[in-house]
Design a protein around this ligand. Structure first.
Ligand code: PTT
Ligand code: SF4
Length: 604
């Protein structure tokens, strides 16, 4: 669409900016735009929960086009959990209507004096004081706004977790789309921004409409005929529960173990027996959100991560109760992955008598009560609302089993015996998340316990495709990951949409630029750099599982260090993980190199 909408909540002003061709060609969109805009506009070293932080909502050249799974946007900010670069990807009508309103990016700055909403209705932009929405759940907020603005509306909202600045609060849309696990909901809360409403009716211009229509027709048809399609729409990501159990990577009891004796009770087949519907993102014909009724009779969405983290990781094995915890998280607007981690952490601290509160593994009432304390910042919930890294710094003796990388809690794969996946968590650009490189499925089939150059190569390839291409285009990666829908389609969609023909290598170069820029951002914002930030938690090196096929095994520190150094080398970074000047110049990041050279010593 060619435009960035800038909204200053402090002054109540909005302006529309166009952006340079070089932003388009060097960064493509989505995460690429977000990283560059944060680099250029964010004052250095600010507190992420201050009014100086900025929230970027960025689509890519494919967002909102009538092609498979294009209803996705990136939400990015300096993260209140990690104090580094943070982003998340959310699907929903908001993605489509943001572009149809005429914008590729919305950049939100400052802080409203009172709780407010932002309404973007085509080119009419309004900031409204809406104290009446305070304390409402995300579905209540969305329902109220849809009542006011009509069904053709995309809404992004926060719940009480965001209002109360829980550092892993996220943003919810359409009761089940969730994005921004790096604390984007808390950033919205710190800006007194309860919700954003998008309405748009413009056509999204494309370079070659006939070609795009032809590709769209053929691609939808191709997807439904892929061999895994019918199983995928039955189970979505839930089949990963059985897969993780078989491969002993299902996180259990705060990542102590990789197998769970009750995994069958919480797996994809059990979920199928309860399933009452499917939800998903616009323009997707492979909708993956599994709807079940929870133990209170309310509808909730089950995905692998929610079940692994709010089930196995806390010892809970009743799917309807896990669904209730997920629904609670969606209504409060808090990330299920971090919540499951912090509950596991608190249960272990209680078991070890490091805190005075008493919680029992697997007890739903304990989990729900603690989750309520967290989102309302009551009692020990106030400390736990700051995330596992900060909480462990206050609970002596807990640092080795505080399961995070760079402050972001680990998502659903136990890595005592998965060095490649451990490295994926260690080097992810946002902290411990599988989004950039779900190398585990490849690793279990390829020299699982080895510390090899092949793993490092595969990891970088995944980061380039998943973290680079999908996050900048910005479209859902699941048809490619789960159904084998080929990457070539996306390159063709890109050409039809933009008129630009990029080879896979050229896309990879953009991805490398984004990765190196994000690493520079971390160095700039944290004012120092230590390779220790790229290590997974001590538990995986020192505290072996007591059951399953990999009983007694841990990660090898020397092996991990060797792979990490090789990774740095292949990325053109120094042996402590700082991008070399020559790499940055090569990638067109000379001015960024000058900035970080004032903070750390940078090699040629
Ligand atoms: C993502 C993270 C994930 S990853 C899941 S389940 W997953 C969790 N879902 C949550 C939820 O639900 N409720 C809640 N309160 N918190 C939650 N936190 C967790 O958030 C999601 C899908 C999924 S389901 C995945 S893998 C894929 N992720 C994509 C991505 O990152 N990029 C991309 N281009 N395509 C992707 N497609 C898939 O999208 P974060 P969604 Mg998500 C109930 O937000 O911060 O990135 O963390 O957006 O629209 O819900 O789709 O087994
Ligand atoms: Fe959304 Fe799932 Fe479809 Fe991806 S596969 S676009 S996450 S519904």
């Amino acid at each position: 669409m060619g435009y960035i909408l800038r909204v200053d909540l402090t002054r109540g002003k909005t302006i529309t900016d166009d952006y340079s061709d070089s932003l388009k060609t060097m960064f493509i969109g989505g995460r690429g735009f977000a990283a560059k805009i944060l680099w250029d506009y964010l004052p250095i070293g600010i507190d992420p929960l201050s009014s100086e932080n900025k929230l970027v909502i960025a689509g890519g050249p494919l967002t909102g086009l009538p092609i498979p799974s294009s209803g996705k946007i990136v939400l990015a900010s300096k993260s209140p959990l990690t104090y580094g670069y943070g982003d998340g990807n959310i699907g929903g009508l908001a993605a489509v209507y943001m572009r149809k309103a005429g914008y590729d990016v919305v950049l939100i700055e400052g802080r409203a004096e009172k709780l407010s909403i932002l309404v973007i209705d085509n080119h009419k932009v309004e900031i409204q004081v809406r104290e009446d929405l305070r304390g409402l759940s995300t579905s209540e907020t969305e329902a109220e706004l849809i009542k006011e603005y009509g069904r053709d509306t995309g809404v992004l909202s926060i719940g009480v977790a965001g209002e109360n600045l829980v550092r892993y609060a996220n943003v919810i849309s359409q009761s089940g789309r969730a994005g921004g696990r790096t604390g984007i909901g808390a950033v919205m809360g710190s800006k007194n921004l309860k919700a954003i409403v998008f309405k748009g009716e413009r056509d999204i211009p494309v370079a070659n409409l006939r070609n795009l229509e032809k590709l769209a027709y053929e691609s939808y048809h191709t997807i439904i005929n892929l061999p895994n399609y019918s199983f995928w729409i039955r189970q979505g990501t839930m089949s990963t529960v059985e897969w993780s159990q078989e491969n002993a990577v299902l996180p259990c009891m705060n990542f102590r173990e990789g197998v769970f004796e009750y995994a069958e009770n919480i797996g994809g087949y059990m979920m199928e027996r309860m399933k009452i519907g499917r939800r998903g993102c616009p323009y997707c014909n492979a909708k993956c959100g599994n709807i079940v009724e929870d133990n209170y009779g309310f509808q909730s969405e089950l995905d692998y991560e929610n079940v692994a983290m709010l089930g196995a990781n806390i010892g809970l094995y009743d799917l309807r109760k896990i669904a209730a915890l997920t629904r609670f998280a969606d209504e409060a607007g808090v990330d299920t992955i971090s919540l499951g981690n912090i509950l596991g952490f608190a249960f272990e601290a209680s078991e070890k008598k490091l805190i005075s509160e008493r919680y029992e593994w697997g007890v739903f009432d304990d989990a729900l009560a603690l989750a309520e304390d967290i989102v309302n910042r009551r009692g020990i919930g106030d400390l736990l609302a700051d995330g596992v890294c900060k909480a462990s710094s206050k609970i002596s003796g807990s640092a080795e089993w505080a399961m995070h990388v760079k402050g972001l809690e680990i998502s659903g794969y136990n890595c005592h015996s998965a060095p490649g996946m451990a490295l994926a968590y260690g080097t992810s650009p946002i902290g411990a998340h599988h989004k950039d490189a779900w190398i585990i499925s490849w690793e279990v089939k390829n020299d699982r316990l080895g510390y090899t150059a092949a793993k490092v190569d595969k990891l970088i390839e995944f980061q380039r495709i998943r973290g680079g291409i999908f996050e900048s285009l910005t479209v859902c990666r699941l048809p490619w990951v789960e159904l084998g829908f080929e990457l070539k389609w996306y390159i063709d969609f890109f050409e039809a949409a933009t008129g630009l023909k990029l080879s896979l290598d050229e896309f990879f170069k953009v991805a490398d630029r984004i990765y190196t820029l994000i690493r520079a951002f971390w160095i700039r914002e944290r004012c120092e750099w230590s390779p220790l930030l790229d290590y997974p938690p001590a538990r995986w090196f020192k505290d072996p599982p007591t059951k399953g096929p990999f009983k007694g095994k841990t990660l090898d520190l020397d092996g991990y260090r060797w792979m990490l150094h090789l990774y740095y080398d292949k990325r053109g970074w120094s042996n402590i993980g700082i991008p070399r000047r020559s790499t940055m110049v090569e990638l067109g990041l000379s001015s960024e190199a000058s900035v970080i050279s004032k903070i750390v010593s940078i090699e040629n």
